[in-house]
Design a protein around this ligand. Structure first.
Ligand code: ZN
Length: 1017
């Protein structure tokens, strides 16, 4: 194994178009977290497959501690009270008014200036006193701050005052066009760059402020005259100061610089892999979203500063280069065989979408509409690109038609990067992917193809939502991500109905509810300013809740209105930037049914959480009320939150067809509804299209349960899954007794549909795991019996042959992984048999892909099986299989092997470092590993946070995996003490709050329900 990984610098907090690096969530089983309402603090662990489409931050800016401190002190001086939203910027700028800027107001008198200065100093001192304890993240506690406290302005690298005091750039100067020339040297891993920016001065100013990070700037010229520049590293800004005001007009700013190809996974970074001949190959690629374009070229690195770009790339003749646009020419430079590629001028776009790659790749292409679609991969894997090519072409045709705006470029490249931390990134015309999210072998089943299809569908949707129309600022990231997530499900349902994506989308909605039920959640559209806040937006709320509320809106509007509004929105804001309200206004305009879309949707985007709707029926009179569903209400609940809920319901006379659905808009805290006639029962939230949980009175629940016991098909499968999901959630909230939960579960013996069965298994699995981890062997074994009793016959009836229905494969994998985890003799025998056959065939036999992980996990429990799997892991070129092998390896119960695999994945020597979160998660599933994993994390905290920075998604995953199964006071104290020991910020991380909330929730649930379990299980 290549050791390159272990040498990587701390990972930047870059864009991760999916989080599949730490979970394999296809199967709901007892040995893993479930895609549902949780006792656990969700996230990583049991994300359903599609949650892999999350773009997540994986790390933070790779600042060293000093820099962090520097930034802290800078923040104390200015940012913390100056950097508010743009609407507040005028106030901020008034403290700093030296140049006409974004919003500089006049400060005419000296007295005012002095007054303000004093005020600022007083506030600064107060903040210093107040915030100093939170200045670092290390065990060493608070480092000395090397602050520049004497001034309002930050101190630039040269020691001079830096003339700008805001993280956001001034609006006085706009970029119009960039010419970027780059020459990466893949031997020295450095690059040289020249950027020429045509800028437009909109307001007279003495300064041009732009972004630049980690580069050595050699020369700055403005209108061909050389200028000095100032740099303020903590904010990654440079300033060019002019003696006189620049008049309004257009100018050319040129900057030449040198830099290292980044060792982290963002900016212009170097990547490497070992080919099948054992030779190390290198390449250079980019990952800019959200804040890393500034690491590759000095630029105005905010999404609203759209511009056109021409890229020129100098490279060795053996490599190819790619960029957003088609190549127009290649010039021989006659210097050591160097060549220069020049690309067409781009469409107007944001800096985070610029991309370029220099590598040895092979490709296959196809023309569709007016676009040449190509899929690139390393030569060894060139046969694995065909599925992606076909899929991308089909989806491009779909989106062209759906949006009524053709994809505007003449080419679209999809590239599998061997060493890529993100899942995928939607760079305009040059989409980059992890190999696992783009490549599939010829023998892959639809089960494996579902992931690749989902990621491609998501990224293609971004070519319109994100690229063509972009959020103005990162607070509305959900406009990009919620929409792309929603469109990915909608397009797949239309184009690839065989992939049964609806089950996946349902799981995603359950997962979003689970996340949003915690006090540590946040509103869909939230204020962000600092880089950390920007990166924290790449989470389940922006993606999954965003997609869920769009589904709810589409289901509420009349047929075709949603699409019409979207088309209108795209046409109105083509090539520009928007805020949430722009989308709502476009949709309001086409809504013929007098639904005020803005009024309704604002209630879903401005505050965190979602409503619990309580239904009480007395004859034909139905009383409805809403409240905030908050699992840990003790932490303070916002009772004033009210949602405009488009409540849907069906009754016993018509309950399956879409035409049965009736709607009632609940806008107040309570309301009532008069039914036209008598009904036997009511079921609210038809097909679980709405983002809320429903609670019935005792009679309401009984009526529904009785109806299901009589006829299992009385409701659509989504409704049955939602009943199960909701009743477990309500039991956690203390609204229903566990006895009532078990009462509903009695119907499951007759159930055959995937969604309710996998939801039930996942919910029971969570409880089983808690009991197991408490060493409550008696109850755990009774739970095992309960599960076998309720699911045993289905488990026994599963075949081990190749299956083609994704829905059936999803169900079979969940059932059999559970059966094998519970040591069901038939399951383990069959699994061993399949593994032996696989070995006998020299590993060429095709194990059904949905059974592969189960089979490997059973095999990994013996020394021989484990060694065989390790050997295969090292040599396989099929990433989907490799990940299943890795999970099997990490599922061993042998402590020596557990230690080995944790260490190897942490040091990155034999197992890729990026897989550490997946490894620790898998280890934590079973009793043998989970306490050890917690200790391992504590002992290796410093090392882990060097590789995966504090606050990063990887760290979140690691913390969730190691803590979410604790349910005792001792463990709560242990977790609290450990994170407190990291300093104030350690315990202030959102994920730590989540972890503590989750443990408390587990404790409360156990306290309340242990007795019931003893009686009823
Ligand atoms: Zn995305």
């Amino acid at each position: 194994m290549e050791t390159f990984e272990s040498e990587r610098a701390p990972l930047p907090r870059n864009m991760i178009e999916n989080s599949m690096f730490e979970e394999e969530p296809d199967v709901v089983d007892l040995a893993k977290e479930s895609p549902s309402y949780h006792i656990d603090s969700d996230d990583v662990t049991y994300e359903p497959r599609s949650s892999r489409l999350l773009v997540r931050g994986l790390g933070e800016n790779d600042m060293d501690e000093d820099e962090e401190d520097y930034e802290s002190s800078a923040r104390l001086l200015g940012m913390s009270f100056m950097n508010r939203s743009s609407s507040q910027r005028s106030a901020a700028s008034s403290y700093t008014c030296q140049q006409p800027s974004r919003s500089c107001s006049t400060l005419s008198t000296k007295t005012t200036a002095v007054g303000v200065l004093i005020l600022v100093l007083v506030v600064s001192m107060f903040m210093v006193i107040y915030f100093v304890p939170s200045c670092t993240f290390t065990k060493k506690g608070c480092q000395k701050s090397n602050s520049s406290m004497g001034s309002i302005y930050p101190i630039s690298t040269s020691g001079e005052l830096f003339p700008w005091t805001d993280l956001r750039l001034p609006l006085s100067v706009h970029p119009v066009h960039y010419n970027i020339s780059l020459h990466p040297d893949l031997n020295s891993m450095t690059f040289q760059g020249n950027v020429s920016i045509v800028v437009k001065v909109l307001h007279e100013t003495k300064n041009i402020i732009l972004h630049s990070s980690d580069m050595n700037i050699i020369k700055v010229t403005f209108e061909d005259k050389e200028y000095r520049f100032l740099e303020y590293k903590p904010w990654q800004q440079i300033a060019i100061k002019f003696p006189e005001d620049l008049k309004k007009g257009q100018y050319v700013l040129k900057i030449s610089y040198k830099a290292n190809l980044s060792n982290s996974y963002d900016g212009f970074y170097n990547s490497s892999y070992v080919d099948t001949a054992g030779t190390k190959r290198v390449l250079a690629a980019t990952q800019f979203e959200p804040l890393a374009a500034r690491k590759a070229f000095p630029c105005f690195d905010e999404p609203a500063f759209k511009s056109t770009f021409v890229v020129k790339m100098t490279r060795d003749a053996k490599y190819i280069s790619l960029s957003n646009m088609p190549k127009i020419k290649t010039t021989d430079l006659n210097e050591n065989g160097l060549q220069e590629d020049e690309f067409e001028s781009s469409v107007k776009m944001s800096t985070y979408l610029v991309a370029f790659i220099v590598a040895e790749f092979s490709s296959h292409s196809k023309n569709v509409s007016k676009t040449t679609v190509s899929v690139y991969a390393v030569p060894d894997k060139k046969d694995q690109v065909h599925y992606a090519l076909e899929t991308a072409c089909k989806l491009l045709v779909f989106y062209n038609r759906f949006f009524e705006i053709d994809y505007p470029l003449s080419k679209l490249d999809l590239v599998a990067i061997p060493d890529f931390l993100a899942g995928a990134m939607e760079n305009w015309g040059l989409i980059t992917f992890r190999e696992t999210t783009l490549l599939v072998g010829n023998q892959s089943s639809p089960f494996d193809k579902q992931l690749v299809t989902s990621v491609i569908a998501h990224e293609l949707a971004h070519q319109w939502f994100g690229n063509l129309v972009t959020m103005r600022w990162w607070n509305d990231l959900w406009l990009n991500e919620g929409f792309a997530t929603y469109m990915q499900y909608m397009s797949i349902e239309n184009v690839f109905s065989n992939l049964d994506i609806d089950i996946e989308f349902l799981n995603v909605r359950f997962k979003a509810l689970a996340k949003d039920a915690l006090n540590s959640s946040h509103p869909v559209s939230a204020f962000v300013s600092t880089p950390e806040q920007v990166e924290e937006m790449f989470d389940s709320v922006s993606y999954e809740k965003g997609a869920s509320i769009l589904l709810m809106l589409n289901a509420t509007l009349r047929d075709g209105e949603f699409r019409k509004g979207v088309i209108e929105y795209l046409q109105n804001y083509n090539l520009s930037n928007t805020e949430s309200k722009d989308l709502w206004n476009s949709l309001s305009q086409v809504s013929k049914q007098s639904l005020n879309v803005s009024e309704m949707m604002n209630t879903w985007t401005v505050h965190k959480g979602f409503p619990l709707v309580t239904v009480k029926r007395s004859g034909t009179q139905v009383t409805l009320s809403q409240e905030h569903f908050l699992l840990n209400a003790e932490n303070g609940t916002d009772d004033s939150s009210l949602w405009h809920i488009p409540l849907t319901y069906v009754n016993d006379s018509c309950s399956v067809l879409r035409s049965c659905k009736q709607v009632f808009h609940l806008k107040d805290k309570a309301d009532s509804l008069q039914l036209p006639g008598q009904v036997k029962w009511l079921k609210f939230n038809f097909r679980s299209d709405g983002f809320y949980i429903v609670h019935y009175d005792e009679q309401g629940w009984s009526d529904l349960i009785s109806a299901l016991k009589v006829d299992v098909n009385v409701l659509p499968s989504e409704d049955k899954a939602a009943l199960i999901n909701n009743i477990f959630a309500l039991s956690r909230l203390g609204k229903v007794s566990f006895r009532q939960v078990l009462n509903l579960m009695e119907y499951i013996r007759n159930e055959t549909e995937t969604a309710p069965l996998t939801e039930a298994l996942s919910q029971l699995g969570q409880i089983y795991r808690l009991l197991d981890k408490r060493s409550d062997l008696n109850l755990a074994s009774r739970m095992t019996t309960y599960i076998k009793d309720h699911f045993g016959s289905l488990m026994e009836s599963q075949s081990y042959e190749v299956e083609t229905s994704v829905s059936k494969m999803t169900l079979r994998s969940a059932l059999l992984e559970t059966a094998c985890a519970l040591k069901g003799p038939n399951c383990t025998t069959q699994a061993r048999h399949l593994f032996d056959q696989w070995l006998a065939s020299n590993k060429t036999l095709q194990i059904p892909s949905d059974l592969m992980r189960t089979v490997f996990k059973v095999a990994a429990q013996t020394d021989e099986g484990w060694s065989e799997l390790l050997d295969s892991y090292k040599h396989s070129i099929y990433d989907t299989e490799k990940r299943k092998m890795l999970e099997a390896l990490a599922s061993t119960q042998d402590v020596r092997k557990i230690i080995w695999i944790l260490q190897k994945s942490l040091d990155g020597s034999e197992i890729q470092n990026q897989e550490f979160p997946l490894v620790i998660h898998t280890v934590c599933r079973d009793f043998a590993g989970y306490l050890y994993a917690w200790d391992f994390m504590k002992e290796n905290w410093e090392k882990i946070t060097q590789k995966f920075p504090v606050g990063s998604f990887a760290i979140q995953s690691i913390i969730t995996s190691t803590t979410s199964q604790f349910s005792t006071k001792t463990h709560l104290t242990e977790v609290q003490n450990f994170f407190s020991s990291l300093g104030a910020k350690g315990s202030q991380m959102r994920i730590v709050q989540e972890a503590i909330e989750t443990i408390k929730q587990n404790m409360r649930w156990m306290e309340k329900n242990l007795k019931t379990l003893q009686i009823w299980l």
